[in-house]
Design a protein around this ligand. Structure first.
Ligand SMILES: *Cc1c(COP(=O)(O)O)cnc(C)c1O
Length: 462
């Protein structure tokens, strides 16, 4: 049947509206150079204009966009810019941003090869490239999820399946009621989100066995107790404060000797594998059984974007697979067999675009450049007499400006000053400021301006 295009269909491509969105986005990004990194309190207060009771009548899309831009843009934190050193998150790369816009217009459901042939194919390609740049086994299975929290969940669900299957227990069929107890081992410096995941998996936040760490937060492999199966050891590649790496080779040797599964939380640290100068920090990482990482951290794609990788594809599928009469059954990789979610956006597109635009060399340069900047900031702070609390092995710097009160006041004043943004933390019982250099957008000038602001504000609080 020949179909007349209805007015609704014609309105799909409202180029005036979409160009207006692009124009506003470009202006937003250009303005980031000039504006304070943290939004003004007054701008955040203005957000109330977006709320109130939902009006009975609709509003033209162009007006909706204008309202969002006028009220929303000034209330953002300038994390897409070059002087944001909070958490461990980069800014979005141009290729990833633009590809993400196009993919938003595609409006693909990356659930399956049928709902999105392009989404499924690009995920497979991105997965190949990610395994390659991270130097992980090329036959491990992967899942695209929202972040490292869900990547840890996904990988540990596969681990839970495998260690219980070896003990003769089918956890997917029978749950944990009556199952052999699973020992879960973490380092004292494990990321907070791991406990949430361990709780969600029914493994018990308080049943976890904690292994002591050294002065940089690295798990002491020799302190891992003798384990009996079933057991899972969670190692960490990149401590969120110090940037330190657990000794992977020693942990894998120790844990595998006792038949345990080794999982690596490498939310940002796994990306060090892409840079020859830093890959040595990950020695032995490919010996592990599963890995979690965050493209939305060091690969500089937009939120949300995490990846779980599992050596034994069958275990991941056993934990995640589902089927229905109206779903595809072929032999090609179906994303829904590997992830906890079903309907999803096509996250692989941005990962593909970021990797394709950087190439292997560009990714190595990004990591090395950020690490060099972190070292320069640490040197400048030390040079001015401030105490850097960690060995700066990667992109993380922890600095104390004296006592806890002084340090916290410097952090607040720096955030208020707006030149750059760094957050507070506590390291080994001492208050510190965290500086994470993770963005492609950070220039040498950003680094110099930020150092000047830190030293100026610290001097004022002496
Ligand atoms: C950031 C981080 C997480 C949590 O990642 P999300 O992307 O926020 O879910 C977990 N572990 C480590 C080591 C991290 O740095």
């Amino acid at each position: 049947m020949a179909t007349e295009r209805s007015p609704t269909v014609k309105r799909l491509a409202d180029s005036k509206l979409l160009n207006d969105a692009a124009r506003r986005a470009c202006r937003y990004l250009e303005d980031l150079e000039e504006r304070p990194v943290a939004p003004a309190a007054a701008a955040v207060a203005e957000l109330e204009h977006l709320g109130g009771a939902l009006p009975e009548e609709g509003m033209a899309p162009s007006q909706v966009l204008a309202l969002l831009d006028e009220a929303g843009s000034p209330a953002t934190i300038a994390s897409a810019g070059g002087r944001y050193f909070g958490f461990v998150t980069g800014g979005v790369l141009p290729a990833a941003l633009a590809a993400g816009w196009l993919a938003s217009a595609w409006d693909q459901n990356a659930f399956s090869t049928v709902s999105s042939p392009v989404g499924a194919a690009i995920e497979s390609i991105a997965l190949d490239w990610v395994r390659e740049v991270l130097a992980l086994p090329d036959d491990c299975a992967g899942a695209f999820v929202t972040g490292a929290t869900m990547a840890n969940f996904t990988a540990l669900a596969a681990a839970r399946h495998a260690v219980l299957a070896r003990a003769g227990w089918d956890v997917e069929a029978h749950g944990l009621f009556g199952a052999p107890p699973v020992t879960v081992v973490v380092g004292e410096e494990v990321h907070a989100t791991l406990f949430k995941i361990i709780g969600l998996l029914g493994l018990g936040r308080e049943r976890v066995m904690t292994v002591p760490v050294d002065d940089q937060g690295r798990m002491r492999a020799e302190a891992i107790p003798e384990l009996t199966e079933p057991a899972i050891v969670c190692a960490q590649a990149g401590n969120v404060n110090s940037g330190a790496f657990d000794p992977m080779a020693a942990i894998c040797a120790r844990a595998h000797g006792d038949g345990a599964w080794v999982h690596v939380d490498g939310a940002f640290g796994l990306w060090a594998a892409a840079a020859p100068a830093y890959a040595g920090l990950l020695d032995g990482v490919a010996e592990a059984d599963s890995w979690a990482t965050d493209p939305h951290k060091w690969l500089n794609v937009s939120y949300d974007s995490g990846i779980a990788l599992v050596r034994d594809a069958d275990s991941l599928r056993a934990a995640m697979s589902s089927s229905a009469a109206y779903w595809p059954t072929g032999t090609t990789r179906e994303p829904f067999h590997y992830t906890p979610e079903s309907s999803r956006r096509a996250r692989g597109v941005e990962i593909w675009a970021a990797l394709r635009s950087l190439g292997r060399r560009g990714l190595a340069d990004l990591v090395e450049c950020n690490c060099g900047m972190a070292a320069r900031i640490a040197d400048a702070l030390r040079g001015a007499g401030h105490e850097v609390l960690n060995e700066v092995v990667l992109n993380q710097v922890l600095v104390s400006f004296g006592g806890a009160d002084t340090t916290n006041r410097v952090v607040s004043a720096l955030q208020e000053d707006g030149t750059c943004w760094c957050g507070p933390t506590v390291w080994k019982g001492r208050a510190a400021m965290r500086i994470s250099v993770s963005s492609w957008a950070t220039t040498d000038e950003d680094v110099e301006d930020s150092i000047s602001a830190m030293l100026r504000i610290a001097a004022a609080h002496r």
